[in-house]
Write a protein that binds this ligand. Structure first.
Ligand SMILES: Nc1ncnc2c1ncn2[C@@H]1O[C@H](COP(=O)(O)OP(=O)(O)OP(=O)(O)O)[C@@H](O)[C@H]1O
Ligand SMILES: [Mg+2]
Length: 241
């Protein structure tokens, strides 16, 4: 509780402090992230808008613990992870976060429901992931219904449209009740009508389940579906101008 106004301070799920990431290019290094600072509160739907090559995917990979920064640190739920070992980072990735990518990344030989169940298998009951086989199955069915795929659970990715594949990826992302759902150009591969329906779904997931979402995109319409918008420019994050 904030003693001054009696309001509860928003709980910070994710924090970036002075993130720097550089890559070798020819003889020099290119600094893609040049001191990124921002935080995400629980329940927020934030979009980061930036042009192609501005470093959005690089940022998301560092924030999602898929890559390490050259300087600065990432905190999840207040825990600083710069010095964390790979096993702790892997555990957190499996239980506290999920990714939705532009190209879905579903396993082609598995059905929709099996693709969703895989997230729970990896988490093995840790964190808020469903612990028993029965709970996992019930949650997978409930999520596939929520994303509108009640009749498609036994279909393989090749038998689903792009929009349906992304719905499976979103259901998979929600399986373990992650602290944060990272989305990298989630509608970049879809036509505008299908994209609009995925935007609606993400808004619903945020509003109905209170799911915290951080999406990066170069598409203005995608960014507009978020409640809070930031801009990535010259390696830093600013408020939308
Ligand atoms: N592993 C890497 N090695 C070298 N350079 C990299 C690497 N990853 C990214 N880069 C460079 O960093 C810059 C930012 O790339 P990034 O993929 O983060 O941009 P982006 O904003 O996601 O672009 P897009 O909108 O096209 O997806 C680019 O110049 C890219 O070539
Ligand atoms: Mg990218």
């Amino acid at each position: 509780m904030n003693p001054v106004d009696g309001q509860t301070a928003p709980e910070v799920v994710l924090e970036a402090r002075g993130l720097v990431r550089r890559f070798p290019m020819g003889k020099a290094d290119v600094e893609v992230l040049r001191g990124v600072n921002f935080s995400v509160a629980r329940g927020e739907f934030t979009a980061i808008l930036g042009s192609s090559g501005s470093g959005k995917s690089t940022l998301l990979h560092v924030l999602g613990l898929l890559d390490r920064p050259d300087a600065g640190e990432v905190l999840w739920n207040g825990e600083a992870l710069a010095a964390a070992g790979e096993s702790r980072r892997a555990e957190l990735r499996a239980t506290e976060s999920a990714f939705v990518f532009q190209f879905y990344f579903l396993l082609p030989e598995f059905t929709a429901i099996e693709n969703v169940l895989i997230a729970a298998a990896i988490a093995r009951g840790r964190g808020r992931a469903p612990a028993s086989r029965k709970e996992r199955h019930e949650r997978a069915v409930e999520l596939l219904e929520r994303v509108g795929l009640k009749e498609r659970m036994q279909h393989r990715p090749a038998e689903l449209s792009g929009g349906e594949r992304q719905r499976v990826a979103i259901a998979r992302g929600l399986m373990n009740r992650p602290s944060i759902l990272f989305c990298d150009e989630p509608t970049g591969n879809l036509d505008s009508r299908t994209a609009a329906r995925i935007h609606e779904l993400l808004q619903q997931v945020n509003a109905d389940l209170g799911q915290t979402i951080l999406a990066v995109t170069h598409e203005k319409v995608m960014a507009e579906c978020a409640r809070r918008r930031l801009v990535m420019r010259d390696g830093v994050i600013g408020e939308e101008s």
